[in-house]
Design a protein around this ligand. Structure first.
Ligand code: NAD
Ligand code: MG
Length: 408
C-alpha cells in the first residue's frame, strides 16, 4: 500500500485526524494536507507526514504556518485558492473532510485532476448536485463514500447484479441527543445540550445537524446522488444504538446490512483501500455485549428535516443548495458564530460553546422559509454552474440571516 498517494483536506478536524490515524497504520504516502486555521496542529502533521504541499484557508494562519515549518521541505499555500490548489495536486485519492460548502470547489478541482474522491464532505453533493456527479462521470474517477451510512450501503451493494435488483436503501439514524423529547422540551434545549451526541464524537456543525436531524436530510440527498436511486426509494429508520450503519433491501426481500462499532475509521479506511479489506485499528463488534437493536420511524412533525429534504429534491434545480446553505447559516446562528467564520470555529481544537443567536426550533423554521421563498420566487434551473451554486448559497444564507431575528 505504500505507493498510493493521498491528499487530506480538513486534516485538523474530526474526520481528518482519524484519517491520519488510518494513514499512519496503513503506511500510505501523504502528498498534501489542508485545514482552516489551526497552524499548530497542521505543523505537527507536516512534521510527521512530510507532505510536499500544505495549505490553510485562513491567510494569517498560513503566514504563521510558513514560519513554523520553514525548516521543512513542505511548501505552504494560503487562502481558499491554496486549499483548492492542494486538492488539485493529482494525488491518487483526495479525502475531503472539509466541513460545509467550502469543500465544493476543492472536490471539483480534485476530480478535474483525475483523483479518486473519498467523500466525507456531504455538503459537496447536496449543494453541488449534478455538477459533481457529471464531473465524476466525465473524468471516470471513483466517488467513494466516507459517511458511515453511505459506506454501509456501498458495502451492502458489493456484488449487486443490477440496479433493478435494489428495492430500497434504508439509512439508519441515531436520533441524536433530543430523540423522544416533546416540543415543549425542545423549546428549552441549549447548544451545550445539542453538542452531547450519544454515540459519535464529531465536529460541532455535524453534531448540531444530528440533533436537528438535518444531517439525515443531507444524507438522504447524498444517498440519492451517490447511488442514483429516487428519493422515494430511500428510507430513514431511527436506530439508537448505531451498530447497524445502514441497509439495502433487494427485490427478493432479502436485506443486507453492515454492522460495526461506531468508529469512523472503518468507513474512512474502506474508502481508502477499496476494494481491499485490511486490518483496521478499531475495536471488534461484540454482539453479545450489545443491548437489543431497535428500529423505529422518525418523527417528521417534530423534526421536519427529512421531509424538507424530500421537498427540496422534488423542487429540483438548486433547491438542495438552498437547503444546504440555509442549514449552514441556521446551524452557525445556533452555534453563535459569525457568518463566514466557520474555519475559525470548527478546528477540533476549538470546541468552546458560544451563546446561541437563535433557538433550536427556529433552525428548521428558517430553512423551511428559505425553501418556500426559493421555490416561489425563483425559477428553478436544471443546468447550473459553480457560480450559480455559490450565488444561491449566498442568497440562502442571507435569507436566513435576515429572518433570524423574527418571531419564533
Ligand atoms: P470538523 O469541524 O471537525 O473539521 C472540519 C475541517 O475542515 C477542519 O480541518 C477545518 O480546519 C477545515 N475547514 C473548515 N472550514 C474550512 C474552510 N473554509 N476551508 C478549508 N478548510 C476548512 O468537521 P468533521 O466533523 O470532521 O466533518 C467534516 C465533514 O465530514 C463534514 O462535511 C461532515 O458532515 C462529514 N462527516 C463527519 C463525520 C464525523 O464523524 N465527524 C461523519 C460523517 C461525515
Ligand atoms: Mg453519517
Amino acid at each position: 500500500m505504500t505507493e498510493k498517494t493521498l491528499c487530506i483536506l480538513g486534516s485538523t478536524g474530526s474526520i481528518g485526524t482519524q484519517a491520519l490515524e488510518v494513514t499512519r497504520s496503513l503506511g500510505l504516502r501523504l502528498t498534501a494536507l489542508t485545514a482552516g486555521s489551526n497552524a499548530a496542529l497542521l505543523e505537527d502533521q507536516i512534521r510527521e507526514f512530510a507532505p510536499s504541499v500544505a495549505a490553510l484557508a485562513d491567510e494569517k494562519a498560513a503566514a504563521d504556518l510558513r514560519v513554523r515549518v520553514a525548516d521543512t521541505p513542505t511548501k505552504v499555500l494560503a487562502g481558499s485558492d491554496g486549499v483548492a490548489e492542494c486538492a488539485g495536486c493529482g494525488a491518487n485519492t483526495v479525502l475531503n473532510a472539509i466541513v460545509g460548502i467550502a469543500g465544493l470547489e476543492p472536490t471539483l478541482r480534485a476530480i478535474a485532476a483525475g483523483s479518486d474522491i473519498a467523500l466525507a464532505n456531504k455538503e459537496t453533493l447536496v449543494a453541488g448536485g449534478s455538477l459533481v456527479t457529471a464531473a465524476v462521470h466525465e473524468k471516470g474517477v471513483r466517488l467513494l463514500p466516507v459517511d458511515s451510512e453511505h459506506s454501509a450501503i456501498f458495502q451492502a451493494l458489493q456484488g449487486c447484479p443490477s440496479p433493478e435488483s435494489v428495492k430500497r436503501l434504508i439509512l439508519t439514524a441515531s436520533g441524536g441527543p433530543f430523540f423522544g423529547k416533546t416540543r415543549a422540551e425542545l423549546q428549552r434545549v441549549t447548544l451545550a445540550d445539542a453538542l452531547k451526541h450519544p454515540n459519535w464524537s464529531m465536529g460541532a456543525k455535524i453534531t448540531v445537524d444530528s440533533a436537528t436531524m438535518f444531517n439525515k436530510g443531507l444524507e438522504l440527498i447524498e444517498a440519492v446522488r451517490l447511488f442514483n436511486v429516487p428519493a422515494e426509494r430511500v428510507e430513514v429508520l431511527i436506530h439508537r444504538q448505531s451498530v447497524v450503519h445502514s441497509l439495502v433491501e433487494y427485490r427478493d426481500n432479502s436485506v443486507i446490512a453492515q454492522l460495526g462499532v461506531p468508529d469512523m475509521k472503518i468507513p474512512i479506511q474502506y474508502a481508502l483501500t477499496y476494494p481491499e479489506r485490511l486490518p483496521c485499528p478499531v475495536q471488534t463488534l461484540d454482539l453479545t455485549r450489545c443491548a437489543a437493536l431497535t428500529f423505529e420511524p422518525p418523527d417528521d412533525e417534530l423534526f421536519p428535516a427529512i421531509k424538507l429534504a424530500r421537498a427540496a429534491m422534488r423542487a429540483g434545480g438548486l433547491a438542495t443548495a438552498v437547503y444546504n446553505g440555509a442549514n449552514e447559516r441556521a446551524n452557525e446562528l445556533f452555534r453563535g458564530e459569525h457568518d463566514g467564520a466557520a474555519f475559525h470555529a470548527t478546528d477540533s481544537a476549538d470546541r468552546s460553546v458560544r451563546a446561541e443567536q437563535i433557538r433550536f426550533l427556529r433552525i428548521a423554521e428558517l430553512i423551511e422559509a428559505a425553501l418556500c421563498a426559493y421555490t416561489h420566487e425563483m425559477h428553478t434551473q436544471s443546468g447550473y454552474t459553480l457560480g450559480d451554486v455559490l450565488d444561491i448559497d449566498t442568497w440562502a444564507r442571507e435569507f436566513v440571516q435576515s429572518k433570524s431575528s423574527g418571531k419564533e
